[in-house]
Design a protein around this ligand. Structure first.
Ligand SMILES: NC(=O)c1ccc[n+]([C@@H]2O[C@H](COP(=O)([O-])OP(=O)(O)OC[C@H]3O[C@@H](n4cnc5c(N)ncnc54)[C@H](OP(=O)(O)O)[C@@H]3O)[C@@H](O)[C@H]2O)c1
Length: 311
């Protein structure tokens, strides 16, 4: 039996790590997984997880791949001994949180380079062969932050919104070549190392930021803690959505790790001028402050709006 060759970016931790061992240990034995890491020095947890899941010895191979470096992407591709990748998972990503003006020099470029340009580089490296073979699946790790703007996540959301445009555009074209692309919309919160690895740390440098913004940021963080308590998902649960997409005979463009936040996404589309969404998200995130002021904020509250998440 010819195995399905899968290559995943960003497997040192979190969703990438769990997806790699999930597929490599699949009882069907039908996957050969190339789990790629930016830094091979960080492969310990992946091997540990593979051992714990009982992955057969030749089901998992680790390769170095830094999505910010085209040579590294090309070198990883050249190491795939089967000479083809059937399923590409563009998962590598980095978060950035805080007031826009608090982001350190280079931090914004770095996040856009990984999340957007890195995905483009990876797709450029692997898509031509899939198109030539008229076969292939691409899964891209999207985010609730790519479907709606969230305060203090402006740059992260910009990067994930950009992925929506990138992927939706490609998804129009690729089926002509027998290639299918799906976005796996994760979050808002998945238990991974994501928040520990935020570019510039948790919130950036707040020293030069005005007091009102700092206060709103503290309200936002309180809101995030609540979302975490109520809605955080385990990576193991989320990777099953990737497996569903991968196995779908006719894959959809978007899959969601939870439907809990879809009402907010719908609100954006239903009221295209944006008023309803902005009112709902303000109410959800800054509700404490609005209540203290005894008012509904600039646009008035949207009662019953679900909470927005941090990513
Ligand atoms: N966790 C959430 O709540 C959440 C929600 C929605 C979407 N997502 C998305 O899910 C994806 C995976 O994140 P996660 O939650 O699993 O967090 P994670 O544990 O921090 O995993 C992110 C992975 O991306 C890798 N990465 C960063 N820069 C890279 C580069 N230049 N080249 C290659 N790999 C690189 C990281 O490697 P290093 O360890 O070497 O930095 C790490 O392996 C990301 O795209 C993220 O935006 C996460």
């Amino acid at each position: 039996m010819e195995r399905t060759v899968v290559l995943i970016t960003g497997c040192s931790s979190g969703i990438g790590l769990h997806l790699a061992v999930r597929l490599a240990s699949d009882p069907s034995g039908s996957f050969k997984v190339y789990a790629t890491l930016r830094d091979l020095g960080a492969q310990g947890p992946l091997w540990e997880a593979a051992r714990a899941r009982g992955c057969p010895p030749d089901s998992l191979q680790i390769l170095q791949l830094d999505v910010t470096d085209s040579d590294s992407v090309a070198a990883a591709r050249a190491c795939v001994s089967e000479g083809r990748v059937d399923v590409l998972v563009c998962n590598a990503g980095r978060g950035i949180l805080g007031p826009l003006e608090a982001h350190a020099a280079g931090a914004v470029d770095s996040v856009l380079d990984v999340n957007l340009a890195g995905t483009v580089r990876t797709l450029q490296a692997f898509l031509p062969d899939m198109k030539r073979r008229r076969s292939g699946r691409v899964l891209v790790t999207g985010s609730v932050g790519g479907l709606m703007g969230l305060p203090f996540n402006a740059v992260y959301c910009a990067s994930k919104f950009a992925l929506e445009g990138l992927c939706e555009s490609l998804a129009v074209l690729l089926p002509h070549f027998g290639v299918h692309l799906s976005l796996i919309e994760c979050g808002p919160v998945v238990h991974t190392a994501f928040l520990e690895k935020l570019e510039g740390g948790p919130g950036g440098t707040l020293d030069g930021v005005d007091a009102e913004t700092r206060h709103l940021f503290s309200l936002y963080r309180r809101h995030c803690e609540q979302v975490f308590r109520e809605a955080a998902q385990d990576a193991e649960e989320v990777v099953e959505v990737f497996v569903t997409a991968l196995r779908a005979p006719k894959p959809a463009l978007r899959y969601f790790s939870t439907e809990r936040f879809l009402p907010l996404a719908r609100l954006r589309l239903d009221d295209a001028c944006g008023r309803s969404y902005l009112a709902a998200i303000r109410q959800a995130v800054f509700a404490d402050q609005l209540q203290e002021a005894g008012a509904g904020g600039p646009e008035g509250p949207e009662p019953g709006a679900p909470p927005a998440g941090p990513q």
